[in-house]
Design a protein around this ligand. Structure first.
Ligand SMILES: [Zn+2]
Length: 238
């Protein structure tokens, strides 16, 4: 992206919500590195277990893949300088998050609300509310319900991962809904690229016995690892 009109301000603890392990890096790895570098706490919540990426693999069961993806997420955070920062794995089923009417949604909201209360974030970085991937939408809902439950009102930023690749017109921000903001992550670009490489199970070379398995598109990685990280902030918010 080119330079956005406004810049992200980081002035306190940051909550990061990642629908899957890898979204924390692709969506906001530079912001994580920058916030930690400035001395602020960053608590990353991984919502799903990421275990649905290779359903046809015989060598990688869902349980084995879930464990692998947590290890990759921890390593990615380490490469972003956030190895000592708190993180939580909610372990909801990848591509099978409970509906808001489901008791498991309420349980996850309660758990995330506890994290929000403890952290008292100044900034909450969430997936884009209408990202075409249903886990991303579900994670936004979960996080907003949790924040509402606490009564706290951190500044919200939302990051899109799949919008450019899979989105339809209605998925994009509507007039007056959001304003674009960006963060110059030039100082962290190399760390972010190395953190992407920590997610080896999603890069095509580790799991080779599932031809239908998921691989992060190289052009998407290139788009999300440039100098500027792009976010939307609800209009009217600070
Ligand atoms: Zn994702």
């Amino acid at each position: 992206m080119s330079r956005p009109p406004q810049s992200v301000a980081i002035d306190g603890p940051v909550l990061v919500v990642a629908p899957h392990p890898d979204d924390e890096t692709l969506g906001c790895g530079g912001l994580i590195a920058e916030a930690v570098g400035q001395g602020f706490a960053v608590h990353t919540v991984f919502v799903t277990d990421g275990a649905a990426s290779h359903p046809g693999s015989l060598q990688w069961s869902r349980a084995k893949l879930a464990r692998r993806r947590e290890r990759e997420a921890r390593e990615a955070l380490r490469r972003l300088g956030a190895g000592e920062q708190p993180r939580t794995f909610l372990r909801l089923p990848d591509s099978g998050m409970p509906d808001p009417s489901d008791m498991r949604h309420a349980q996850a909201v309660t758990r995330m609300a506890g994290i929000v209360r403890d952290l008292s974030p100044r900034l909450a970085v969430l997936p884009w509310r209408r990202d075409p991937h249903r886990d991303h939408r579900g994670s936004w809902r979960l996080a907003m319900d949790a924040i509402d439950e606490t009564g706290l009102s951190p500044c919200i930023l939302e990051y899109a991962v799949w919008l450019d690749d899979l989105g339809v017109a209605d998925d994009h921000p509507r007039p007056g809904e959001m304003e674009p903001v960006g963060l110059d992550i030039g100082a962290h670009a190399q760390s972010k690229q190395q953190a992407v490489q920590a997610h080896l199970s999603q890069l095509g070379s580790l799991i080779t016995d599932d031809p239908s398995g998921f691989t992060l598109p190289p052009e998407m990685i290139a788009r999300l690892t440039g100098r500027w990280e792009a976010y939307w902030r609800p209009c009217g918010a600070r």
